[in-house]
Design a binder for this molecule. Structure first.
Ligand SMILES: *[C@@H]1O[C@H](CO)[C@@H](O)[C@H](O)[C@H]1NC(C)=O
Ligand SMILES: *[C@@H]1O[C@H](CO)[C@@H](O)[C@H](O)[C@H]1NC(C)=O
Ligand SMILES: *[C@@H]1O[C@H](CO)[C@@H](O)[C@H](O)[C@H]1NC(C)=O
Ligand SMILES: *[C@@H]1O[C@H](CO)[C@@H](O)[C@H](O)[C@H]1NC(C)=O
Ligand SMILES: *[C@@H]1O[C@H](CO)[C@@H](O)[C@H](O)[C@H]1NC(C)=O
Ligand SMILES: *[C@@H]1O[C@H](CO)[C@@H](O)[C@H](O)[C@H]1NC(C)=O
Ligand SMILES: *[C@@H]1O[C@H](CO)[C@@H](O)[C@H](O)[C@H]1NC(C)=O
Ligand SMILES: *[C@@H]1O[C@H](CO)[C@@H](O)[C@H](O)[C@H]1NC(C)=O
Length: 904
C-alpha cells in the first residue's frame, strides 16, 4: 500500500474514534407525545407518555388526542401480570424512551424481565408498494434481568375504537388463518364510504395480526373475559365471539397471546402488525367527472391477505431498512447538531402519515400503474387536500427522502387547475376542504394569489431540479407561466394580497420575496423547456430582487412591511431563494443572521414569533425554514433550539404542533398538531441534496431517477481498498457499541434531563379539538380582514388586481380546452402527455441487506461527517455540497449499498 493509503486509513481511524463521542442514532430526549402507529391520515396513533410515564398506564389515542384507541398489552412474568400498553392494570415500569425517524422505543421492566417495545412505522422512500401499505409493526425483545430463566407470556389486543369515531356504532369482526399468519379484522357493520367524523374514517377496517408461531394463541371476545383468561394463566382458545354489537357494549377485543415458557431471552422478537385499510381511498375531480382511486399497493396485491402475509414475512428486512434509514437521517442531522437530529426523529412519521399514495384505473377497469397521484391531508389544521402552504412547508422532507414523491403531490393540483373546471387566474389554495374528497374548489379568493402562485412555481421547479423529472414543467408550462405573470405584476408590492399565515397590509417583505422567487423559478422552468422567455423572467426576477433589497430593509434588518420599523418577521421565504438559487446578496443573509442573534436575548422561551405583528405566535415550520437561510451556525443553532424547546416540551399533550404561543408553549386551536408541515424540519438537509439533469419526458419507467456518481471520482480505487480494510474495524467498533449500550445509565438519563428554564406547567391535553368549522389561519385572517371596515378597500384592491391579471392573461382557458406545449388554447399535445406518463417508482429492496453494506454506509456517513464538521466553520457554502458529494440523498445511499436502481 502506498503512503497515501496508509495515511487515509490513519485518518479514518482517528475519525472513527472521535465519532464515537457524538454518534447519535436516536433522539437525545424522550418525546412528550410519542408516535405509535403512523402510516396514513387514518392510521395515526400516539401516546402522551411524558416524564417517564409508562405506556402501560396511559391509553393510546388518535392524533386528535380526543379519541382513545383501545390497544392494550400485558406480560406475565412468573405468574404476575403487568401492563405495558393502555391502562387499567399494574403498569410495567418505563426505564427509557426515545424516538428515531421510523421508530418509538420504550425500554420496560416487569418483575425480573427487561423488554423493549418498539413501534415501527416503516418509511419506504424507494418502494411505494410498501410505503402505501397502511400498516405498522409493534415488536418486543425481552431478556431476564438476572440472567435466570423466568416464565413469560405476552398478550395484546385492540378494540373497536379504531373502526369508528362513535362507540354507539355496531361493529363486526372476523379472524382469518392464511396459513402463514393469523389476522383479526373489524369494521362498522354499516360503513360510510368517504366519510370521516371527528377526523376518523367511518369506512376503515382495522387489522391486528401475527405471523403464525407454535406458541401463539388468539381469541375474540369481551375485554374483561380475555384479559381475565390471560391474567389467570390460561391460554387463549382460538375461538371467535360472533355476537356482533356496538363498540362499547361489552367491549369486544381482538387478542393474541404468546407463551414463551421459561426463557432468559427472546430468540426472535414477537411481532404484531396493525393497520387501518380503506378502499377506495380518495375521490378526485377528473375532467367533468369524479373518479375513485385506490391505494397504490392494490396494483400488486388483489387481496389484503397476501399483502399482510408479505408485510409480516418481510419484518426482518423492513427492520434493517428502517435502521439504515434512521442511521442515515440521524447522522446527517447530527452533522448539524444533536438538537437538529432530534427534530428529524420526531417529525418524519407525522409528515409521511399525512399522505395517501393512490393509483387509478384505465378504461377497462385495470390498474394503471402510470397514473399515480398522492393526496395529503392538512392534518391538525383542517381537512384541506394538498393545501399548498402546508405542502410547501413539508417539501424539504419529501425532497430529502425521495424527490419523486413531490411530482404526484403537485400533479393533481396542476391537472385540476389546467382543466376547464378551474376558472381563477391565480393558483388555488388546495383541492377542496373535505379530505378524502379531492373535488377542487373554484371559490374566487384572489388575496392568496401571490402566496399560492409563488409556492406552486417554487415547488414545481424544485421537484424538477431535485428529481430530474421535467414532465410537469413541460406539461403545465402555460399554466405556470400564467401564474408567473401574476407575480411579475404583483410580487414586489403585494398590496391587496395576504400571506397564508394571515399577514395583511401593504408591501409584505416576506411574501414579496416568495413571489420574486416564483418568477425566478419560472425562468428556470422556461430554460428547462427551452422557451424564449427565460431571460425575460430571469431579468425580471433579479431586478425585482435588487429592488426588494433596496426597500425591504430598515436600518439593518428586513421589516414586516416596507419602511415600517415597528415590526419584523422571520423572512422564511428566503429559504426558497436558497433552494432554487435565486441570487440574493450575501450581506443580506449576514445582516439577518446578526439581527436574529441580536433579538435572542429578548426571545420568549419557545422562540421568536414568526412575525411580531401576530400576538406572539411561533411557527415551528417557518422557524426552521429561517434556520435554512442562515450562513452563521450560531444563528442557525439558535433557531433550531427554539423549535427543539417546543418539540420536546414535556408538558405538552399534543403531537408536535406547528403553531404555539411563544411564551407559554400552549398550542393554539387549528394549531397544526401532527401536521405534515413539520417536514420543514428537513430544510437544512434538503438544501444539500444534489440537483439533477432534467429530462422533459420524465424518468423512464425502467430507469429511475438519474443517480449521480458518487465517491469514485474523488478517491477511486484507493477508497475501495480502504473500505475493505475498514469494514473490519467498523464491524469491531459496532460490536463494541452494541454491547456498550449501558442500560441503566442510558435508560435513566432521558427522564432526568433538567431544563434550563423553569416550566410553566401547561398541559394542553385538555384543550378540546375544534372539529368544525375548519378554517385555515389564513382564511380566518382574510375573513376577519374583510369584516373590519378599514381593510375592505385593501381587498377591493386585491380583487381588481387579480381581475386585471386574469383578463390580461393570454392563456385563459375556455371550457373544454387544455393547455398544450405550444400556443395558448392549442390542442393538447399527446406526445408530452405520453412522455410524462410514467413516474419513477422504485422496486423492492428486500433481501439486499447485509452487514457489510451497513458498514459501508456507516463509512460513507462518517466521511460525510468529516466534511460536515469541516464545513461547519466555513459559511456560506455550508449547505451547498456539490452534486455527487457524499452527504448524499437516499438514492445515493441506495446505490452505495449496491441496490439496483430500477423501476416497477
Ligand atoms: C433494549 O434496547 C437497548 C438499546 O438498543 C439494548 O441495549 C438492550 O439490550 C435491549 N434490551 C432487550 C431486552 O433487547
Ligand atoms: C371470516 O373469514 C373467513 C375466512 O377466513 C370467511 O370464510 C368468512 O366468510 C368470514 N366471515 C365473515 C362474517 O366475514
Ligand atoms: C354483556 O355482558 C353481560 C354480562 O356478561 C351479559 O349479561 C349481556 O347479555 C351482554 N350483552 C350483550 C349485548 O352481549
Ligand atoms: C419454569 O421454571 C420454573 C422455576 O424454575 C419451574 O417451576 C417451571 O416448571 C418451569 N416451567 C417450564 C414450563 O419449564
Ligand atoms: C394511464 O395513466 C396515464 C397518466 O395519467 C395516462 O397518460 C394514460 O393514458 C393511462 N393509460 C390508460 C391505458 O388509461
Ligand atoms: C372553497 O374554499 C373556500 C375558502 O377556503 C371555502 O370557504 C369553501 O368551503 C371551499 N369549498 C369547497 C367545496 O371546498
Ligand atoms: C456568527 O454569529 C455570532 C453571534 O452573532 C458571531 O459572534 C460570530 O462572529 C458570527 N460568525 C461569523 C463567521 O460571522
Ligand atoms: C412533566 O414534568 C414537568 C416538570 O415537572 C411538568 O411541568 C409537566 O407538566 C410534566 N408533564 C406532564 C405531562 O405531566
Amino acid at each position: 500500500m502506498g503512503s497515501s493509503t496508509v495515511s487515509l486509513l490513519f485518518f479514518f481511524l482517528c475519525f472513527i474514534i472521535t465519532t464515537r463521542v457524538y454518534g447519535q442514532s436516536e433522539s437525545s430526549l424522550p418525546a412528550p407525545v410519542i408516535p405509535l402507529a403512523n402510516k396514513s391520515p387514518y392510521l395515526n396513533a400516539w401516546v402522551a407518555a411524558a416524564n417517564g410515564s409508562s405506556p402501560g398506564a396511559i391509553s393510546p389515542t388518535f392524533w386528535t388526542t380526543q379519541r382513545q384507541l383501545g390497544w392494550a398489552g400485558f406480560v406475565r412474568v412468573d405468574g404476575q401480570t403487568f401492563q405495558w400498553l393502555g391502562k387499567g392494570g399494574t403498569a410495567a415500569k418505563a426505564l427509557a424512551s426515545y424516538v428515531t425517524p421510523t421508530r418509538s422505543i420504550f425500554t420496560m421492566a416487569a418483575g425480573s424481565l427487561e423488554f423493549n417495545i418498539t413501534f415501527l412505522s416503516p418509511i419506504e422512500p424507494e418502494d411505494w408498494n410498501k410505503q402505501s401499505f397502511p400498516f405498522s409493526y409493534l415488536y418486543i425483545d425481552a431478556k431476564s434481568s438476572d440472567s435466570m430463566p423466568h416464565t413469560v407470556q405476552f398478550y395484546s389486543d385492540i378494540s373497536g375504537e379504531w373502526a369508528s369515531s362513535d362507540n354507539n356504532n355496531v361493529v363486526q369482526w372476523n379472524t382469518t388463518d392464511t396459513g402463514s399468519s393469523v389476522f383479526h379484522q373489524m369494521q362498522r357493520t354499516s360503513m360510510q364510504s368517504m366519510v370521516e367524523t371527528k377526523e376518523m374514517a367511518e369506512d376503515g377496517t382495522v387489522y391486528y395480526s401475527m405471523a403464525k408461531r407454535s406458541d401463539m394463541t388468539w381469541q375474540t371476545g369481551t375485554d374483561t373475559s380475555l384479559r381475565g383468561l390471560f391474567t389467570g394463566g390460561l391460554l387463549l382458545q382460538n375461538i371467535q365471539d360472533t355476537n356482533f354489537r356496538s363498540i362499547s357494549t361489552n367491549r369486544s377485543v381482538l387478542a393474541f397471546a404468546v407463551d414463551l415458557g421459561n426463557i432468559t431471552q427472546t430468540s426472535t422478537p414477537l411481532v404484531w402488525a396493525i393497520g387501518v385499510v380503506r378502499d377506495p381511498l380518495v375521490r378526485y375531480v377528473k375532467g367533468t367527472g369524479v373518479e375513485v382511486r385506490s391505494s397504490y399497493f392494490r396494483a400488486k396485491y388483489d387481496s389484503i391477505n397476501a399483502a399482510l402475509d408479505d408485510f409480516l414475512a418481510d419484518f426482518d428486512n423492513a427492520k434493517t431498512r428502517a435502521l439504515t434509514l434512521d442511521n442515515k437521517i440521524m447522522s446527517d442531522g447530527a452533522a448539524v447538531s444533536t438538537q437538529y437530529a432530534d427534530l428529524l426523529a420526531i417529525s418524519l412519521r407525522q409528515t409521511m402519515a399525512s399522505i395517501d399514495i393512490t393509483i387509478g384505473r384505465d378504461d377497462n377497469g385495470k390498474w394503471n400503474t402510470s397514473d399515480v397521484k398522492i393526496f395529503m391531508k392538512d392534518i391538525g389544521t383542517g381537512r384541506r387536500v394538498n393545501a399548498v402552504e402546508t405542502l410547501y412547508a413539508s417539501f424539504p422532507a419529501l425532497l430529502y427522502l425521495n424527490s419523486s414523491f413531490a411530482g404526484p403531490l403537485l400533479e393533481p393540483l396542476l391537472e385540476y387547475q389546467a382543466s376547464s373546471q378551474y376558472r381563477n387566474s391565480y393558483a388555488a389554495a388546495d383541492l377542496g376542504s373535505s379530505y378524502p374528497d379531492a373535488l377542487g374548489n373554484n371559490t374566487d379568493i384572489p388575496e392568496f394569489g401571490v402566496e399560492n402562485c409563488g409556492d406552486m412555481l417554487i415547488m414545481t421547479y424544485a421537484h424538477a431540479q431535485k428529481s430530474g423529472d421535467g414532465s410537469l414543467v413541460a406539461r403545465y408550462y402555460d399554466l405556470l407561466k400564467k401564474w408567473a405573470d401574476l407575480l411579475v405584476t404583483n410580487a414586489l408590492h403585494t398590496n391587496g394580497y395576504t400571506s397564508a399565515d394571515g399577514q395583511v397590509g401593504p408591501d409584505l417583505s416576506n411574501l414579496a420575496i416568495k413571489g420574486i422567487a416564483g418568477i425566478f423559478a419560472m425562468s428556470k422552468i422556461s430554460e428547462t423547456v427551452k422557451k424564449s422567455d427565460t431571460v425575460i423572467y430571469r431579468n425580471k426576477a433579479t431586478q425585482l430582487e435588487t429592488d426588494w433589497e433596496g426597500i425591504a430593509y430598515s436600518s439593518n434588518y428586513i421589516t414586516t412591511n416596507y419602511g415600517v420599523t415597528s415590526s419584523w418577521s422571520l423572512i422564511y421565504n428566503l429559504y426558497a431563494a436558497r433552494l432554487i438559487n435565486l441570487p440574493v446578496s450575501d450581506q443580506l443573509y449576514k445582516n439577518q443572521d446578526a439581527f436574529y442573534a441580536s433579538q435572542a436575548s429578548t426571545a420568549p422561551r419557545f422562540g421568536f414569533a414568526y412575525d411580531t405583528n401576530d400576538n406572539g405566535r411561533a411557527k415551528s415550520q417557518w422557524t426552521i425554514f429561517t434556520a435554512g437561510t442562515t450562513t452563521n451556525s450560531t444563528t442557525r443553532d439558535l433557531l433550531v433550539s427554539m423549535v427543539h424547546e417546543r418539540a420536546f416540551y414535556n408538558a405538552s399533550g399534543n403531537p408536535f404542533p406547528t403553531t404555539y404561543d411563544s411564551v407559554t408553549g400552549r398550542s393554539i386551536p387549528l394549531n397544526g398538531r401532527a401536521s405534515p408541515a413539520q417536514g420543514a424540519m428537513f430544510s437544512l438537509l434538503a438544501l444539500n441534496t444534489p440537483n439533477k439533469a432534467i429530462t422533459l419526458a420524465g424518468p423512464s419507467s425502467k430507469g429511475g431517477p438519474n443517480v449521480p456518481a458518487i465517491v469514485g471520482a474523488i478517491i477511486g480505487v484507493v477508497v475501495l481498498i480502504a473500505i475493505i480494510g475498514l469494514a473490519y474495524f467498523l464491524w469491531k467498533r459496532r460490536q463494541r457499541r452494541r454491547s456498550k449500550w449501558d442500560y441503566s445509565e442510558k435508560g435513566a438519563a432521558p427522564f432526568s434531563i433538567s431544563r434550563k428554564r423553569t416550566s410553566v406547567g401547561v398541559l394542553d391535553d385538555n384543550q378540546p379539538i375544534e372539529v368544525t368549522p375548519y378554517i385555515v389561519d389564513a382564511e380566518a385572517a382574510a375573513i376577519a380582514a374583510r369584516q373590519s371596515s378599514g381593510t375592505d378597500s385593501l381587498y377591493q384592491n386585491g380583487y381588481s388586481k387579480a381581475r386585471e391579471a386574469q383578463n390580461g392573461s393570454k392563456t385563459y382557458l375556455l371550457p373544454g380546452q387544455r393547455p398544450g406545449l405550444s400556443a395558448a388554447g392549442s390542442s393538447y399535445s399527446g406526445t408530452s402527455e405520453g412522455g410524462g406518463s410514467s413516474y419513477y417508482v422504485p422496486s423492492t429492496t428486500s433481501g439486499v441487506s447485509s452487514e457489510l453494506r451497513v458498514e459501508v454506509e456507516e463509512l460513507r456517513r462518517e466521511m460525510a461527517e468529516i466534511r460536515a464538521q469541516r464545513l461547519q466553520d466555513e459559511p456560506p457554502p455550508l449547505y451547498q455540497d456539490p452534486p455527487g458529494s457524499i452527504t448524499s440523498s437516499s438514492t445515493q445511499m441506495r446505490e452505495a449499498a449496491g441496490v439496483p436502481v430500477v423501476g416497477n
